[in-house]
Write a protein that binds this ligand. Structure first.
Ligand code: 48N
Length: 322
């Protein structure tokens, strides 16, 4: 028998996926008719007079959502790796980790209702997204078409990149994203190898609650334990650069380096090369890193975000397997 092209862990993950009554989307796609649509959809069109949905009761919908959500919260209360921030860097890290290690329980915490961070547009409301080579390697990995312009490539709409990498991450059985949820603190333990701390998880709350602690009585948070955290919370936005700012306020870092002015040439190499573990258990990548290192910003090029995510995943596996 030909050797299996996938690892035992991936076989395990695929079996788990199938056994959960969740049908793989690819297996569900029927043959298409000559006009490009499936036979079922073709038959539905034009026959709306007797059309009706199957019956349902409101509580059934409520239970279908809440049962799964709270089961996920219960399962992911102990995670192997938590990624804070589902922007282009966090999603690229999640894709790489989820693909390499389908045996690991990976949790993504995203403050926005809509994940994706700053990667829905290429820059100043323009649609196209530029990535400098060799970041096209990641686009080929996830199957995003692009125009090759020599030293750089152009994805026709930034949302095509972001929705593609997100759809692959969300389809992974070992990855769960909690969006509209904010990391509002870090769980720490004394670091056995030094005087500092080891990061051992995250403290979370609904984003709307996190934004109103000042004008509401205390609303206590929830927690997720994990031995490795990847923080990719960007450099702007209501919670930008969250983890590195928290390290300063808990006196684990002297001060932030402060993001420097825009210099495309220097910024992207620095972000990718310096994606690393900042304090034991906490890896920082993407534009959050520029706030700690004082790296330049790169403006509307996204190759460093994707490859910083790949490097953050590699760093996380190094720390996890230590
Ligand atoms: O897109 P961002 O902001 O961050 P990155 O590092 O993934 O990508 C940065 C990129 O979009 C740029 O800034 C480009 C390249 N421009 C550079 C330049 O020179 O201006 O995504 C961060 C995500 C967002 O979705 C936030 O909502 C989320 O992180 N987030 C959080 N989620 C949960 N808890 C938090 N505390 C938190 N803080 C931010």
């Amino acid at each position: 028998m030909a050797p299996s092209a996938i690892s035992p862990a991936q076989q395990h993950a695929q079996l788990a996926f199938a056994s959960k009554k969740v049908k793989d989307a690819a297996a569900l796609v029927e043959d298409r008719t000559d006009d490009g649509l499936t036979k079922s959809l073709n038959e539905m069109m034009g026959s709306w007079d007797n059309f009706t949905f199957a019956p349902i009761r409101e509580s059934t919908v409520s239970r279908a959502m809440t049962r799964r959500y709270f089961a996920d919260l219960d399962t992911h209360a102990e995670s192997d790796i938590v990624i804070v921030g589902a922007g282009s860097c966090g999603l690229s890290a999640a894709y790489t980790l989820g693909t390499l290690r389908p045996d690991l329980r990976i949790t993504i915490i995203e403050a926005g209702v809509a994940p994706g961070g700053g990667a829905w547009l290429g820059g100043q409301l323009f649609s196209a997204m530029v990535m400098r080579k060799p970041a096209d390697v990641f686009l080929r990995e996830i199957g995003v078409p692009f125009e090759d312009e020599g030293d750089y490539v152009v994805v026709k709409h930034a949302a095509l990149f972001t929705s593609t990498v997100m759809s692959k991450v969300l389809a992974m059985d070992n990855v769960k994203m909690f969006n509209a949820t904010t990391v509002e603190d870090l769980i720490t333990r004394p670091d056995e190898d030094g005087e500092g701390v080891r990061i051992a998880g995250v403290v979370t709350n609904w984003t709307l609650v996190s934004m109103h602690h000042d004008d509401q009585s205390c609303m206590d948070p929830n927690t997720i334990n994990a031995p490795v955290i990847i923080s990719t919370t960007g450099h702007d936005g209501p919670f930008g650069a969250f983890s590195v700012k928290r390290l300063v306020s808990m006196k684990q870092l002297e001060q932030l380096g402060g993001m420097r002015g825009l210099d495309m040439q220097r910024a992207e190499d620095a972000i990718v090369k310096n994606t690393r573990e900042i304090v034991p258990g906490l890896i920082v990548g993407g534009m959050e890193l520029s706030e700690i290192d004082g790296a330049n910003r790169m403006g509307p090029t996204f190759g460093a975000m994707a490859l910083s995510g790949v490097k953050a995943a590699e760093e996380a596996l190094r720390v996890f397997d230590l």
